[in-house]
Design a protein around this ligand. Structure first.
Ligand code: MN
Length: 234
C-alpha cells in the first residue's frame, strides 16, 4: 500500500468515525458551540463610572451562565446544532416549543451581552460620528435629545430588561425590551443596548438606576457603534 494513500484513508476513516460518534453520542461539551467572548478591556477600564467588581461578576458569572445554559438548550435538540445565536433568535417563533423559552432567555442573554461589552469602553468624551451622527439628528433632533430619550426608555423599563437603539428598516428607533428578549427576534438590528438588570449596577448604585444611566452613557464606545451602523445600513 502506498504510504500517502494509507495515511489519507486513515484520516478519512478517523473523520468518519468522529462524525458517527458525534451523531450517536451527543455530549454537552462536544455539542456546545458557544463560548464566552473575552472582555475587550480590563475590568477596571470603565472606572469610575462602572466599577471593576460589577464588570467582573457581570461578565465572568452572569454572561458565562447564559452561555452555559444556552449550550445545554442547544445540546438537547439536534435540530438546533450548527446555528448561530443570531439565527436561533431570528427564528425564535419557529423553534420547537420545549427549547424556545431557553433560547429566548439564554440565547438572548448571550447575544445581548456579547454586543454590550463591545459598545462600551474607557470614557473619552466622544460622541457619535459619520453617518450615525446624521441619522441620530434626523431621528431624534440632536445627540442630546437622543441621549435623553434613551435614558428615559431605560428608566422606564419595569423590572429587568434593556433599552435598545435599533435599526428598524431604514430608520433608527429606541425600544424597551423585557428580560433578555432580543431585537433580532423582532426583525430589528440592535446597535446599542443599555442593560438595566440590577446585576448591571446594584453594587455601586443600588436602586439609583438614573445615576447608573448618567454614568454608562459616559462610557459608550461611539467609534464601535458608528462603525456598526455603517455595516448594518449598507
Ligand atoms: Mn446583564
Amino acid at each position: 500500500m502506498n504510504d500517502t494513500l494509507s495515511r489519507r484513508s486513515l484520516v478519512q476513516m478517523a473523520a468518519g468515525a468522529a462524525l458517527l460518534t458525534t451523531k450517536l453520542t451527543p455530549k454537552l461539551s462536544a455539542a456546545a458551540p458557544f463560548t464566552l467572548p473575552p472582555l475587550p478591556y480590563a475590568f477596571d477600564a470603565l472606572e469610575p463610572y462602572i466599577d471593576a467588581r460589577t464588570m467582573e461578576i457581570h461578565h465572568d458569572k452572569h454572561h458565562q451562565a447564559y452561555v452555559d445554559n444556552l449550550n445545554k438548550a442547544v445540546a438537547s435538540d439536534s435540530s438546533l446544532s450548527g446555528m448561530t445565536v443570531e439565527e436561533l433568535l431570528a427564528k425564535l417563533d419557529t423553534l420547537p416549543a420545549p427549547v424556545r423559552t431557553a433560547i429566548r432567555n439564554q440565547g438572548g442573554g448571550h447575544a445581548n451581552h456579547s454586543l454590550f461589552w463591545q459598545t462600551l469602553g474607557p470614557a473619552k468624551g466622544a460622541q457619535p460620528g459619520g453617518a450615525l451622527a446624521k441619522a441620530l439628528d434626523t431621528s431624534f433632533g440632536s445627540y442630546s435629545k437622543f441621549e435623553d430619550q434613551l435614558k428615559a426608555a431605560a428608566t422606564g423599563v419595569f423590572g429587568s430588561g434593556w433599552a435598545w437603539l435599533v435599526v428598524d428598516g431604514n430608520k433608527l428607533a429606541i425600544e424597551q425590551y423585557p428580560n433578555q428578549d432580543s431585537p433580532i427576534s423582532k426583525g430589528k438590528k440592535p446597535l446599542l443596548g443599555i442593560d438595566v438588570w440590577e446585576h448591571a449596577y446594584y453594587l455601586k448604585y443600588q436602586n439609583r438606576r438614573p445615576e447608573y444611566l448618567a454614568a454608562i452613557t459616559k462610557v459608550i464606545n461611539w467609534d464601535f457603534v458608528s462603525g456598526r451602523y455603517d455595516q448594518l445600513s449598507k
